[in-house]
Design a protein around this ligand. Structure first.
Ligand code: BGC
Length: 440
């Protein structure tokens, strides 16, 4: 089962939301003048490393019944091939690599921290620096340790402290080399699901519940709670508190390290006089914007537009430009989101993800310059944008959809793990080397 579930990007593109009341916005901050614009590509641990066996999602992939199309298995074997991945980023002419550290490796049992795994991720940070790449590091990209999920996940009152303790360890091991830290990746994704064009059916909800129940049983617990499965409402206050606690923990280690979190934000378009766009923004972004005033930047992640009707998203208008296989073609969505995020928060904006699921790479090749041009236009109009990081470096494990979707700039042979750079990657590299689309 792959469609309509909380992890499925193709569903999620229509689900996400956008912003919050201007009331949440503080004074606007300029991007630090000295900072070079970041041109990057992104990965996430569970999606590329392989054999992330202590993670909550690994267990959900294994149990019966499962809601995953296939298990992640060896993924892209980036656990062993990360130097090759970094080398590709460098050879393309990019100057930034975004990756995530896996909590379940670093803290395989509560309070038991692995120095070896901390060293592993610190080596990646150091190696990026040696190669002249800025490491943008995500501390939580969806996955948590199995023990954390079995103890109630973000609903556990101890969750903020547990997350902050882990972030402190990570910061002490590698903060000196990190360029920008993201506490969370898209913690608002599940909230966006409440506005989905096609809400989860009861059968889908039952399937998610059955999968989590099987994982709870396998863990000897009566619960197995994670943010992207089940009702997000009781988890949001825990996640928000965890962001605040993590930010403090990281800052205590290195006060000048820029810290933010990334949010899933489609380019929301109001449909009809009774559009619920502001309510959607308040619900899906409000809780996070409310605590981001002390962040240094906001990460935005955009995969298209969302047309917001009275109570939920609706289909794009019939005359909207279409992709060959269906779905809307609107690469400029990211430019609009960058503008929106700045207006709503007053923070410098980093594009931490933007991309397209395209088996035909020529679509991505056309997508990238249009998307980048829309970001450049926003910069030109005065929005402080820190960088453009494309999702994803590699064709990888796309959560519940398995290995079907193709978001990568680079393909990966499923048997040999051989990486093949696609033309779109070279296009992005050429743009980066030229310093933008106009010159690229
Ligand atoms: C996530 C990635 C995911 C991508 C494409 C984002 O929601 O951060 O992990 O692979 O979208 O679906």
């Amino acid at each position: 089962m792959t469609a309509g579930t909380r992890f499925d990007r193709r569903e999620m593109i229509g689900l996400g939301a956008a912003a919050v009341a201007a009331a949440a916005a503080g004074p606007l901050r300029a991007a630090p003048a000295s900072h070079p614009f970041l041109w990057g590509a992104a990965t996430a641990g569970h999606q590329v490393e392989g054999n992330n066996i202590n993670a909550d999602i690994w267990l959900l992939e294994q149990v019966k019944p499962t809601i995953f199309a296939e298990p992640s298995g060896d993924a892209c074997d980036s656990l062993h091939r990360w130097r090759e991945d970094v080398a590709i980023v460098k050879a393309l002419g990019l100057n930034c690599y975004r990756f995530s550290v896996e909590w379940s490796r670093i803290e395989p049992a509560p309070g038991q921290f692995s120095q070896a795994w901390l060293d592993h991720y610190a080596r990646i940070v150091d190696h990026c620096r040696e190669q002249g790449l800025a490491p943008v590091v995500t501390f939580n990209h969806f996955t948590t340790p199995r023990w954390f999920a079995a103890a109630g996940g973000w609903e556990n009152p101890d969750a903020p402290d547990l997350f902050a303790r882990y972030c402190d360890r990570v910061a002490r091991a590698m903060a000196a080399g990190i360029s920008h830290a993201l506490t969370f990746n898209e913690p608002n994704l599940a909230l966006g699901g409440n506005w989905a064009i096609h809400p989860l059916s009861q059968a889908m909800r039952d399937a998610v519940a059955a999968c989590c129940a099987a994982a709870a049983k396998a863990s000897g617990s009566d619960r197995f709670s994670l943010l992207n499965a089940g009702d997000p409402a009781p988890m949001i206050s825990g996640v928000v508190a965890a962001h605040v606690a993590a930010r403090a923990a990281i800052r205590a280690v290195r006060s000048d390290l820029p810290i933010g979190m990334s949010l899933a934000i489609p380019d929301n378009v109001a449909v009809g006089a009774d559009s619920g766009i502001e309510r959607k923004r308040a619900e899906v972004y409000g809780p996070f914007f409310a605590v981001m005033d002390k962040d240094d930047f906001i990460g935005v992640q955009t995969y298209g537009r969302a047309f917001v009707g009275a109570d939920r998203d609706v289909d794009p208008p019939a005359d909207a430009p279409k992709r060959p296989g269906g779905g809307e073609w609107f690469p400029a969505a990211i430019g609009n989101v960058v503008r929106y995020a700045y207006k709503a928060t007053g923070l410098p904006v980093m594009v931490t993800e933007n991309g397209i699921d395209a088996a035909d790479d020529s679509e991505r090749e056309r997508f990238i310059p249009e998307a980048v041009a829309s970001v450049e236009a926003a910069r030109h109009d005065g929005v402080p944008v820190l960088g453009y990081i494309h999702w994803s470096l590699l064709d990888n494990f796309e959560w519940m959809s398995g290995y079907g979707p193709k978001f990568g700039l680079v393909s990966v042979d499923r048997r040999t793990f051989k990486r093949t750079v696609k033309p779109s990657a070279k296009r992005l590299g050429a743009i980066a080397r030229a310093g933008g689309v106009r010159a690229g």
